[in-house]
Write a new protein. Structure first.
Length: 255
């Protein structure tokens, strides 16, 4: 079983502009890690590099100790799933068909869905509260509905690691909590989740560890309270951050 996704010394430039500088991060099974930081910090770029969609200018990404580029694309797709921010839907496919696309790494393109494939699709639709959308055409959905369907496609793949870029950004409060519960459950079932978040309260509630970027550099990482109270994070956001303990959780106030 592949136990870790890891990036060491990652550097990246868009043309001549440095976007990431010497960033190292690891994601193990059983943990939910929040990637936080202000707009333009490099979070999405780092996620794309970890997913193998961008090649770093410096450093290396490895999955289970093997360099990510050395893995066959099907093997990589079975182990690692990427959910982009605000992904559009271009083709008028049914929701069920879109979610079925998550099973492509598990079968040849000409093979029909096996019983295990259909079970994975049904489970993914249920986990994201998208069962009632099954027969709808994906291009007719609202932004929040589409976000849940695309997350269902990720879950249908049954990957070890999930990389999610702001998966709750377009969702109402109920579905924000449901999606985070589902991602957390995936990690607790021996998966690994790295999720880009702007809501620091959700990050404090659901993440085992936080990693903060600012201007392309890692500025702090560790348990949520430790990171949220780090002066470097407040400096990155240019706000004052107060962390209070209420009930069984942490709450963040910033001004």
């Amino acid at each position: 079983m592949v136990s870790e996704l890891r990036a060491d010394g990652i550097g990246f430039r868009y043309r001549d502009v440095p976007v990431l500088r010497d960033v190292s991060i690891a994601l193990g099974r059983g943990e939910t890690v929040g990637l936080i930081g202000p707009n333009g910090a490099g979070k999405t770029t780092l996620l794309k590099i970890l997913a193998g969609l961008l090649s770093p200018g410096a450093g290396e990404v490895s999955l289970g100790g093997a360099p990510l580029p050395d893995l066959h694309e099907n093997q990589r797709a079975r182990l690692l799933a990427y959910l982009p921010q605000g992904a559009p839907a271009h083709w008028p496919l049914s929701v069920e068909r879109v979610v079925e696309l998550g099973r492509i790494p598990h079968r040849a393109w000409w093979q029909p869905l096996a019983e295990a494939d259909q079970a994975a699709v049904d489970k993914a639709l249920a986990a994201t509260d998208a069962e009632r959308l099954r027969g709808r055409i994906v291009t007719t959905l609202s932004g929040g509905e589409r976000a849940r369907v695309l997350l269902a496609r990720v879950f249908a793949t049954e990957p070890g690691f999930i990389l999610a870029d702001e998966p709750v950004a377009s969702l109402d409060p109920f579905h924000q909590l449901q999606v985070m519960d589902t991602l957390r459950a995936h990690a607790c079932a021996n998966g690994g989740v790295l999720v880009v978040m702007h809501d620091l309260n959700l990050a404090a509630r659901y993440c085992d560890r936080l990693v903060a970027l600012d201007r392309g550099q890692l500025v702090c990482e560790g348990p949520p309270r430790e990171v949220l109270e780090d002066p470097a994070l407040a400096a990155a956001y240019s706000v004052r951050i107060d962390v209070v303990e209420e009930g069984d959780g942490l709450w963040v106030r910033y001004r």
